[in-house]
Design a protein. Structure first.
Length: 585
């Protein structure tokens, strides 16, 4: 929604002032006396048979009659002898912008004489260049106000106007002894929409979100866009906290409904943080910060929900900002390193692959889990740079092992949702060329949710990668929402069983039906299976008994630095027996 310039003043008719015309034969003295009687009159139109034929300038006529004997010489002459026979004549429907160009081109922008207005070619009134300039100035001032106070994409109030309204709402609430609720709304994984579908689709989605938010609120509530995918809502005159909880649920339900844009069906959710005034008796700026903190808490609780502000949240947000700021320098300071967890072929017990796992060793905060900093990297846009670093480092290291004469193995690299886009195949091809690693020694791991976000595009990307010789696998299989019909269409080579399925396998009596079903299904689809999180002999034995192809976990090795992996490869010994004895667990 853009600034709408349509209004009455945008047409020349908005400048119309009726001035009684005179006939061309009217004596000059009569017109002169009319000017003397009406000091605000700057010009008089000359009209014949309703059609304008000229214009008489006040200054010109008065200057003539100021000379001696003018009344006797010119008083009875017709006004047509002195009138401007080529006045500017415009239709009342002409736009003020077009009219302004005509006036400026004629060098008459400051004139008070004016121009004649007609409708159906008949005289209806007059306007002046002076009034035209005032009208355009007023319109531009209104436009500048709109630019300064409203978001140009959605038409919602921006941060400046929000702060003004929030300050006013708080002052009113204090006098009326009512509550004001401030809701901070952030769309979940919106960057994925931009990365996958482009910014044009992303902008259309933001406009739809703005419309849905407005439809859920009362006329006296304010919904504003702070920027990006962040929105805020001011709810005034609130008596009960439960009322706000109901509004938050209503907003979440409205936003979660699918959106169709250019034949793309998009699903979006939001996380909402809520703070109340005067429970938090703060400035408008600090209220926004607290609502923002509550919103991040909602994201940490699984997204697509809302949280009320608590004081503990401020510390959590401070810690998150600290991590985000440090993360921006982690690459250049070489704080991000890769460890590699061996993957074992269960039929031979040999080390045949490794999974590259990112580690962040912060000089002050110590070892920071990827579960903590990867979501932050995705939200603040650093994931592309980090993901490229991981991919290049893993490929370079694998090629270095091969150059050292060690047995060749496959390296698996996890991809973030933000990396799954049309640029991925070119990036992979570039890195393989730079590092010299053969494409058959690289495997890309993606979760079910990433692949099914846009199935057709995922298939196209994976096919391009497969054509290069790069394999792909589905990580954490069984935790998402896979459909077998989609699974059959995806050009993948391996399913990776999530570690959670092995937690309950502690003895021979444990139920392993789900695991055995996944293995059998994958083999029927000509896919390999790798189980992660193997920690006990019983788990290993169960997987071998059911013909699982590969496994990884602490039972074989923890993720370790590249030099320790080189030692394992150099030993050339099996990490486990290919046919272990069935011992009692």
């Amino acid at each position: 929604m853009q600034w709408d310039q349509s209004s009455e003043i945008d047409r020349a008719g908005g400048l119309l002032k009726y001035v009684q015309p005179v006939h061309p034969s009217t004596p000059m003295l009569e017109v002169f006396e009319r000017f003397i009687s009406h000091t605000s009159l700057y010009s008089v139109p000359v009209v014949e048979l309703k059609s304008p034929v000229g214009l008489v300038n006040r200054n010109k006529l008065i200057e003539l009659f100021s000379k001696p004997f003018t009344r006797e010489l010119y008083g009875r002459k017709p006004i047509c002898d002195l009138m401007d026979r080529k006045p500017i004549v415009v239709d009342v429907g002409e736009s003020t912008d077009d009219l302004a160009r005509i006036i400026v081109d004629a060098g008459m922008q400051y004139m008070y004489d004016g121009f004649i207005l007609t409708e159906g070619e008949a005289y209806v009134g007059m306007g002046t260049g002076h009034d035209l300039l005032n009208a355009i100035t007023e319109r531009k001032q209104a436009h500048l106000y709109h630019l300064a106070h409203y978001d140009q994409l959605t038409g919602l109030p921006n941060r400046l106007l929000l702060m003004d309204r929030l300050t006013h709402a708080c002052s009113q609430a204090y006098r009326r002894e009512r509550l004001v609720a401030l809701l901070f709304i952030d769309l979940d994984r919106f960057k994925l929409v931009n990365d996958t579908h482009g910014h044009v689709i992303g902008d259309r989605l933001l406009q739809e979100i703005a419309s849905r938010l407005k439809l859920c609120l009362r006329s006296n509530d304010t919904v504003a866009r702070l920027g990006g995918d962040e929105f805020t809502v001011i709810l005034e005159d609130i008596q009960h906290v439960e009322t706000v909880a109901g509004v938050a649920r209503k907003l979440l339900a409205a936003l979660s409904a699918p959106v169709e844009i250019e034949r793309h069906e998009l699903f979006i959710s939001a996380s909402i943080g809520v703070v109340f005034y005067p429970f938090s008796n703060d400035t408008s700026e600090s209220l926004i910060k607290k609502a923002d903190a509550a919103m991040y808490s909602a994201k940490q609780h699984g997204r697509n929900g809302f949280q009320f502000f608590t004081w503990e949240m401020s510390a959590a947000v401070f810690e998150r900002l600290r991590i985000e700021n440090s993360l921006r320098y982690a690459l250049e300071r070489n704080e991000l390193v890769l460890h590699y967890q061996p993957q074992v072929e269960l039929s031979t017990g040999r080390l045949v692959g490794v999974e590259a796992l990112l580690r962040w060793s912060h000089p002050e905060m110590g070892l920071i889990s990827p579960d903590v900093f990867i979501p932050i990297a995705e939200e603040c846009g650093l994931i592309h740079e980090i993901g490229e670093h991981v991919l290049r480092t893993a490929c370079s290291q694998n090629h270095a092992w091969q150059k050292a004469g060690l047995p060749p193995v496959k390296v698996a690299v996890n991809l973030s949702a933000c990396q799954m886009n049309q640029a991925l195949p070119k990036l992979v091809q570039l890195i393989l060329g730079e590092t010299g690693l053969g494409p058959s020694y690289l495997e890309l791991e993606l979760t079910e949710n990433i692949l099914l976000e846009n199935v057709d595009e995922s298939i196209e990307i994976l096919r391009e990668l497969s054509g290069m010789g790069v394999k792909a696998s589905i990580d954490d299989f069984g935790t998402g929402y896979s459909s077998l019909s989609y699974l059959q269409r995806l050009p993948i080579s391996t399913l990776k069983i999530d570690r959670s399925f092995l937690f309950g396998v502690q003895s021979e009596a444990d139920d392993t039906t789900l695991i055995t079903t996944i293995i059998a299904m994958a083999h029927n689809m000509k896919l390999n299976v790798i189980a992660e999180g193997v920690e006990t002999f019983c788990q290993l034995q169960m997987l071998q008994t059911n013909n699982c192809d590969y496994a990884q976990g602490y039972y074989f090795s923890r993720p370790c630095p590249a030099n320790e992996v080189a030692e394992l490869l150099d030993s050339r010994y099996a990490l486990v027996s290919p046919a272990p004895r069935r011992e009692k667990c």
